[in-house]
Design a protein around this ligand. Structure first.
Ligand code: HEM
Length: 222
């Protein structure tokens, strides 16, 4: 009985390591692919898909995977260093997202196009707003004295839950961006499906990591 539990644990751990490695690879591959397609610098618009994919696919995925006990690239570092790496990557991601939003807004103004006229535009704006609010929430964890009405444990749980929702919103916005006329005309067939699967895969891995670390554990502890 205990032997089968041991091998279950080993199989689970191997699966977690594998899925974490797949998430690193997928986040990087999607960012490189979108960069190759959009060729940042060739037009004002070209910076938008590049910056948004860099922010939501690469930087945010890495910022969360920092805390993965199985697949963090920084496993040997202390908890303090993990926290620092997390907020530095998140800060970079939010800066890229704000720049990407500013660029698409300016581009649409220059072309006389209507704003927020697609589901991608609407969800994308909500996503950037959530990322901004989530970062402010993160500041309250760095400086706990700023907000004393909730305990530190409560704030960590809220930060993880809201962060997960924000991350999934980012995945949905990326997916909708890939459904845009521009992207689906540039990337077709199997390549399009492979790109579309990237945010789905990283979304599942991050959802599993955060729920294992916070949501399930907190429930079983209470
Ligand atoms: C999470 C990442 C992303 C966010 C938050 C985001 C956000 C936005 C927003 C807010 C707009 C509308 C701006 C306005 O109406 O003034 C927009 C437009 C656009 N985005 Fe993104 N974007 C993201 C990723 C992408 C990606 C990866 C692509 C391409 C692969 C893309 C392609 C486009 C295109 C073609 C438009 C113009 C057409 C439209 O408004 O839907 N975006 N984006």
């Amino acid at each position: 009985m205990s032997q089968s539990t041991d091998s279950d644990t080993r199989v689970h751990r191997a699966l977690r390591v594998l899925s974490g490695a797949a998430a690193h690879l997928t986040a990087l591959t999607l960012t490189v692919s979108v960069t190759c397609v959009s060729q940042p610098g060739t037009s004002l618009f070209s910076w938008h898909p590049f910056l948004m994919t860099l922010a939501f696919s690469f930087l945010m995925t890495e910022a969360v995977l920092v805390f993965s006990p199985d697949s963090s690239l920084f496993r040997s570092l202390s908890r303090r260093a993990h926290v620092r790496t997390h907020w530095a990557l998140q800060l970079l991601a939010v800066l890229c997202a704000l720049l990407g939003l500013g660029i698409i807004y300016t581009n649409k103004m220059q072309q006389g196009k209507r704003h927020l006229s697609t589901w991608h535009g609407l969800l994308g704006t909500l996503t950037v707003l959530c990322a901004l609010l989530q970062s402010l929430g993160g500041v309250s964890l760095l400086y706990p004295k700023l907000l004393q009405s909730w305990s530190l444990a409560q704030r960590k749980l809220y930060h993880a839950t809201a962060g997960l929702l924000g991350y999934l919103l980012g995945c949905a916005s990326l997916l909708l961006g890939m459904c845009s006329i521009w992207f689906s005309a540039s990337v077709t067939g199997v390549s399009w499906y492979l790109c579309a699967m990237c945010p789905l895969l990283t979304g599942l891995v991050i959802m599993n990591q955060v729920s294992n670390a916070y949501l399930y554990r907190k429930k079983s502890q209470s």
